[in-house]
Design a protein. Structure first.
Length: 95
């Protein structure tokens, strides 16, 4: 346990995790969109939240990102909430 605690208080290790974990997740989500059928919408619904309208397509990558975002919020609420917008935004449409 001491070894684990020392890793989480090491500044370099924390910075590596802050930068690399979201980057790895984003890369995996981009790759997941390339899996045939993965980006197919399982359901669609409209959400009005705080005066903004969102069209939400439930796809495997979106559900995966939402699960990861929820996990990040549970682990570290402040950092997790900061990662919500980039994780849950709609990916750009292919040209």
């Amino acid at each position: 346990m001491r070894t684990q605690a020392s890793y989480h208080t090491n500044t370099k290790n924390v910075l590596i995790h802050v930068v690399c974990v979201p980057t790895i997740l984003a890369s995996a989500l981009v790759l997941a969109h390339g899996i045939p059928g993965a980006a197919k919408s399982l359901a669609h619904f409209d959400v009005d939240l705080l005066g903004h309208h969102f069209d939400v397509d439930l796809t495997f990558p979106f559900l995966w990102a939402a699960a990861n975002a929820s996990y990040f919020v549970l682990l570290e609420p402040v950092a997790g909430v900061r990662l919500l917008p980039p994780l849950l935004r709609e990916p750009p449409s292919p040209s």
